[in-house]
Write a protein that binds this ligand. Sequence first.
Ligand SMILES: [Zn+2]
Length: 300
Amino acid sequence: MKTSLRFILSAILTFSLLTPGFSQEEYLDREFMLDDLRKLSHDAAEGRETGTRGAEAARRYIAGSFKTTGLKKLNKGYLHDFQFESGDKTITGHNIVGYIKGELGTAIVITAHYDGLGMRDSVIYNGADDNASGVAAMLSMADFFKQNKPKHTLVFAALDAEEKGLQGSKAFVEDDRIPMDAVILNINMDMISNNNKNELHIAGTSHYPNLKPFIEEIDTGVIRFKFGHDTPDLGQGDWTNSSDHAPFHAKGIPFIYFGVEDHEHYHKPTDTFENINAPFFAKVANLILEAIMRLDQGLD
Ligand SMILES: [Zn+2]
């Protein structure tokens, strides 16, 4: 069902490309992506705080999607467990990791954290933009690359405990089940669905300028790519260490981070599905996918 629908859609899109006026391609199925975003940020997931049953529900959903897509497992399953200290407690977190093998021996790791703030005084912090949006985009991208074989091996990692201090990402880069020597790039998505100015920020290219041309050449249509937030001296806030790309960068692995400017719903109970900007999200997810395709094809 999913595959045949996709085939029909791609046939329509191929035709549309020949039609004047159509510039930005929609590779990803908007309805599937929005449905994933809606489910992951539903009240039933209780804000997905690490170690809670809400996070477990989200984890089952993500691992189920990996399985349906047919992602490969590094070991017996998709779950990569890790432990960390929080106050006087030891907490177990669970990353969800799957991959698609490419022709080359090197890999690109695509990350999005699925954990959230959970509940405070029985109020749910749904975390729709932060970061059900990144995970929903990632799930659709995995499906896309399953049908459109990449050159590099693409690893899809839904990371846990970002909100507890990037714990899932720190554990990932130290996980000896993952051959980190083969990793040439991290693409991190964290908050990509809530912006009213059609602006998406891209951090990392000040550290890794050779990556910038791949992204600059994309026809972004109404969306404006804003490079920056990755040096200490521009007065706009340095995001180099503020999300899951930081542990990769600390290991010397190049990264590109995609995300929106902080907004009124950031880390508030109002970060709900109803408050995301669906057309913006769909456009941005497709543009990030295009960036990944160009990097995958262009990098050695
Ligand atoms: Zn986040």
